[in-house]
Design a protein. Structure first.
Length: 266
């Protein structure tokens, strides 16, 4: 029997990058998957390919900044597959990389909407359906950026810290319903990574050298199995955890200070 046989999962942002890798690994382990993605072309392409390979997958256009859209995606899982067992909150909408003093209220609002509020809405919407099925697993995406105070990500760092707090609250309170909640802080060669690699020669090699394992992560092969572990009965006694899935990058950390920013400006 496969690890996620007879399980139904919804993965936000599964039309590309890490989300797509997780979706593909989930299907390989027997899960039926809802590809909750804003980009219709990408989302439908992933779902169609998974079905062509014998998997169970459906695309649902999802704007994670909109509560009603998230509710529709949860309902899609119920309508197509009879319920929901696994919720993976991965998607977010990035804002411009600017210094904290240049970040605007609008940027923070966008980031909070697509991370904290998105996770909150999805978790609350999935909750009664998980209860009906005797429990479930929630996996929220956290980030190493919050731990090092990554430059140019002030709004993102703030939001991801809140996501971790929400994850732990759900773990503490919803355990009585056999619903587990955990977080992962992944780094892998997703869309942002490939963009940076194309714009900065040697970026991939430098990134690999920063990690004790000496390589960059693959979304499906490296991140997917850890998310699947947290989604499966193998981790049925694990809740409230945050796991780094980054090849050991969290051990040395990294210097994110832009080279053009002076050490002192007063």
């Amino acid at each position: 029997m496969k690890l996620l046989e007879n399980k139904v999962a919804l993965i936000t942002g599964a039309g590309g990058g890490i989300g797509e890798g997780v979706a593909r690994y989930f299907v390989s382990q027997g899960a039926a998957v809802v590809i909750a993605e804003l980009n219709e072309d990408q989302g439908e392409a992933v779902a169609s390919d998974l079905r062509a390979k014998g998997g169970q997958a459906v695309y649902c256009r999802t704007d994670v900044s909109d509560k009603a859209s998230i509710a529709d995606s949860i309902q899609a899982a119920v309508s197509h597959f009879g319920g929901i067992d696994i919720l993976v909150n991965n998607a977010f909408a990035p804002t411009p990389n600017v210094k904290l003093e240049e970040k605007t209220d609008e940027m923070l609002h966008q980031t909070l909407n697509t991370t904290v509020w998105a996770a909150w809405w999805a978790m609350k919407e999935a909750f009664p359906h998980m209860c009906q099925r005797g429990g479930g697993s929630i996996i929220n995406f956290y980030s190493i950026d919050t731990e090092i105070g990554a430059w140019l990500h002030g709004d993102y760092n703030t939001a991801k810290s809140a996501v971790l707090g929400l994850t732990r609250s759900a773990a503490a309170e919803w355990g009585r319903f056999n619903i587990r909640a955990n977080a992962i802080a992944p780094t892998a060669m997703g869309a942002t990574f490939h963009k940076l690699a194309s714009e900065n020669p040697g970026f991939k090699e430098r990134s690999a050298a920063m990690r004790p394992l000496g390589r960059c992560g693959e979304p499906e092969a490296d991140i997917g199995p850890v998310v699947a572990f947290l989604a499966s009965d193998m981790s049925r006694f694990v809740t409230g955890e945050s796991i780094h899935v980054d090849g050991g990058l969290h051990l040395p950390g990294y210097n994110s200070r832009p080279s053009d920013v002076p050490v002192r400006e007063y």
